[in-house]
Design a protein around this ligand. Structure first.
Ligand SMILES: N[C@@H](CCC(=O)N[C@@H](CS)C(=O)NCC(=O)O)C(=O)O
Length: 220
């Protein structure tokens, strides 16, 4: 049972999807209770709140669950619609923000996993694809401070949690994102100046240690 008067977030470890929801809540200044989930032994609460996917994050508001990180971020923006909004009101700008956030999920996420979970040729290919996807994002960012322009918004929230995983990708893949995409790193450092981001993102080395442990568990 959850207290219906509370906003509750179910999250886990170093999940970039969970971090998106946290950043959105922090940006809007919403008080919430965070409940850490053990994904190797799923709680009844998680299974009840997300019966279809049984994945985190789940936001519980007025006792009802909202699942999928980008949907959660959009929900938070709609319910706590104090300015600045994450999604700009112009239909074209909205469509572009959704396109690039979807690109992060469809391209960046999948290929980034392959950088640390594969070896040899497959890893080389993953590295190439990963850098290519970051370059496409960097190109979209251009000289703007944030993806949507002057204000921190939807695409920034979708992408910035990956920044604390960069050390992992770089260490496994033996490359430096900064060398390939310097403007993207400048953008990430700008985002890190926001309290919502700096207090949410995990330490890169801790993320790396957890991936090493996970890989050992899978490969041993
Ligand atoms: N598309 C989902 C992805 C969520 C996701 O993959 N969550 C992972 C943690 S990073 C999870 O809960 N995994 C548990 C499982 O697959 O059983 C979102 O954006 O929220």
């Amino acid at each position: 049972m959850v207290d219906e008067s509370k906003v509750v977030l179910l999250g886990s470890g170093f999940s970039m999807f969970g971090m998106r929801a946290k950043i959105a809540l922090e940006e809007k200044g919403i008080k919430y209770e965070y409940i850490e989930q053990d994904l190797t032994n799923k709680s009844l609460l998680l299974v009840e709140m997300n019966p279809i996917h049984q994945k985190i994050p789940v936001l519980i508001h007025n006792g009802r669950p909202i699942c999928e990180s980008l949907i959660i971020v959009e929900y938070i923006d709609l319910v706590w619609n104090n300015n600045p909004l994450f999604l700009l009101s112009h239909p074209y700008q909205r469509s572009q923000a959704r396109f690039w956030a979807n690109f992060v999920d469809q391209e960046v996420y999948h290929v980034s996993r392959r950088v640390w979970s594969s070896k040899g040729n497959e890893q080389e290919m993953a590295k190439k694809d990963f850098i290519e996807s970051l370059k496409q994002l960097e190109n979209e960012l251009g000289d703007k401070p944030y993806f949507g322009g002057n204000t921190f918004g939807f695409v920034d929230i979708a992408l910035i949690p990956f920044y604390c995983w960069f050390y992992t990708y770089e260490t496994f893949g033996k490359f430096k994102v900064e060398k390939e995409c310097p403007k993207l790193i400048t953008w990430a450092k700008r985002c890190m100046q926001r309290e919502s981001v700096s207090k949410t993102l995990a330490d890169g080395k801790q993320v790396y240690e957890s991936v090493l442990d996970y890989n050992k568990l899978i490969l041993d």
